[in-house]
Write a protein that binds this ligand. Structure first.
Ligand code: SF4
Length: 135
């Protein structure tokens, strides 16, 4: 299973991100959590961010074991913002996991992302165990 983490801090201008440090955050995520990588784009829903996300989604769509955890604004907002992109790239929306990382510091973001990553790994292991029990 591969988990790729994308992080967005709303152009660095939004007060919701005033207590976090996005320069150190990707390294913290990569060191603390079982993920393939973590990258920051300051505006995932902008033109450049959309293109970068499209490349990652397109590449990751081929592998059913790859999940994208997107740390940014509210999950409902992210689904709306990225719905077309998910369709266009053929990425299974079930493997796109948006996380709200606003209004906290790096520790809070790490905890929110870590919770999702742990849940994904647990689910994956349960499915694996279920499959082997059936065999
Ligand atoms: S994806 Fe969300 S957090 Fe990122 S720039 Fe767009 S609105 Fe802001």
């Amino acid at each position: 299973m591969n988990i790729k983490v994308l992080l967005c801090n709303c152009k660095g201008l939004c007060p919701s991100f005033k207590d976090s440090d996005f320069n150190t955050l990707p390294f913290e995520v990569e060191s603390e959590l079982d993920v393939k990588y973590a990258v920051v784009h300051p505006q995932l829903c902008g033109q450049g961010g959309n293109e970068a996300l499209a490349d990652i989604l397109r590449e990751s769509a081929k592998d059913p074991e790859t999940y994208i955890v997107s740390g940014a604004c509210a999950p409902e907002a992210q689904y709306k913002l990225f719905q077309k992109l998910l369709r266009r790239t053929g990425f299974d929306p079930k493997r796109f996991v948006p996380v709200d990382i606003r209004g906290t510091n790096n520790d809070g973001i790490l905890a929110a992302i870590g919770e999702k990553v742990a849940a994904l790994i647990r689910e994956h292991e349960d499915v694996g165990a279920g499959t082997s029990l059936r065999q």
